[in-house]
Design a protein around this ligand. Structure first.
Ligand code: PEP
Length: 255
C-alpha cells in the first residue's frame, strides 16, 4: 500500500509572514492527520522560517528547485546542501514552468535529480505533455522522453527514494484538470515504464502524483484511480481552507 502525498507548490507567492500565517493555520487544522504525507514548498526566502514554524508538526518541507553543484560561482542558484541546511526534506525538480520559462532540459533535470539524491533530499520529479503534444497524440512519447531523460543512470535502489508527478502542462493553473481516466492512463503508463526498466517491486512502491488544477471539487475522483498516489497542488495550496479541505478529502475514509 503506497502512502498518499499531498504537496503544495506555492510557486512565487507568499512573503515570510504570509507563509507563516498559512502554515500556522494548516498545521492547526491538520494536526490529527496521520495517514498522508503533507508537504509545503514555499519560496526560498521563506524556507527557514517555515521550517521552524512546522517543526514537530505533521507538515514537511520541500523546495521548488535546486542547482546540482554544492558551492561555487553560480550566481542566483541554491545548492542541495543549502536546502538541507534549512531543513528541506523534498525538492521539486523539472516543473513545467522551469522547463518552459527557464529552458530546463532533461539533462538538467537528471543532474538535479542525482544531486538531490546524493544529498538525501527526496526529489519530486515533474513530467507532462503540452496541449499540442496531446492533440498530436504525442502524450506517451513526451512522457517516455521525460521519464527516460530524468532517470538516466539511476539504479533501482535510487528509484526507491523518488516521487514522480505527472502534470499535464495544459492543466496547470488553467482550472482545467485532466479527467481521472486521462490521468490514470498516464500514471499506469509511467508505472509500466518503471516496471520494465527497474522491476516490479520498485514500480509497486513508487509514488506517482497528479498535478494540474487539483481542488476540493475534483480531488476525490482523481485520487480514486488505482495508480494515483497523491497530488501536487498549486493554486489550491495558497489558501488554508482549500488545502485543508483537499487533504481531508483524501483521508482513507474520504477517498
Ligand atoms: C503546479 O504548480 O504544480 C500545479 C499543479 O498548479 P495548479 O494546481 O494551480 O494547476
Amino acid at each position: 500500500m503506497r502512502r498518499l502525498v499531498i504537496a503544495g507548490n506555492w510557486k512565487m507567492n507568499k512573503t515570510i509572514s504570509e507563509g507563516l500565517e498559512l502554515v500556522r493555520q494548516m498545521s492547526m487544522e491538520l494536526k490529527d492527520v496521520k495517514d498522508i504525507d503533507i508537504i509545503v514548498c514555499p519560496v526560498f526566502t521563506a524556507l527557514y522560517s517555515v521550517s521552524l514554524e512546522i517543526e514537530g508538526s505533521n507538515i514537511e518541507l520541500g523546495a521548488q528547485n535546486l542547482f546540482w553543484k554544492e558551492t561555487g560561482a553560480f550566481t542566483g542558484e541554491i545548492s542541495p546542501v543549502m536546502l538541507k541546511d534549512v531543513n528541506c526534506k523534498y525538492v521539486i525538480i523539472g516543473h513545467s514552468e522551469r522547463r518552459s520559462i527557464f529552458k530546463e532540459t532533461n539533462e538538467f533535470v537528471n543532474k538535479k535529480l542525482k544531486a538531490a539524491l546524493k544529498t538525501g533530499l527526496i526529489p519530486i520529479v515533474c513530467v507532462g505533455e503540452r496541449l499540442e503534444d496531446r492533440q498530436m497524440n504525442k502524450t506517451f512519447d513526451v512522457i517516455s522522453d521525460h521519464i527516460n531523460g530524468a532517470l538516466q543512470g539511476l539504479s533501482a535502489d535510487e528509484l526507491k527514494d523518488i516521487i514522480i508527478a505527472y502534470e499535464p502542462v495544459w492543466a496547470i493553473g488553467t482550472g482545467r484538470n485532466a479527467s481521472p481516466e486521462q490521468a490514470q492512463e498516464v500514471h499506469a503508463f509511467i508505472r509500466k515504464m518503471i516496471t520494465d526498466n527497474f522491476g516490479a517491486s520498485v514500480a509497486e512502491h513508487l509514488r506517482i502524483l497528479y498535478g494540474g488544477s487539483v481542488k476540493p471539487e475534483n480531488v476525490e475522483a482523481i485520487m480514486a484511480q488505482p495508480d494515483i498516489d497523491g497530488a501536487l497542488v498549486g493554486g489550491a495550496s495558497l489558501k488554508a481552507d482549500s488545502f485543508v479541505q483537499l487533504v481531508r478529502l483524501c483521508l482513507p475514509q474520504g477517498c
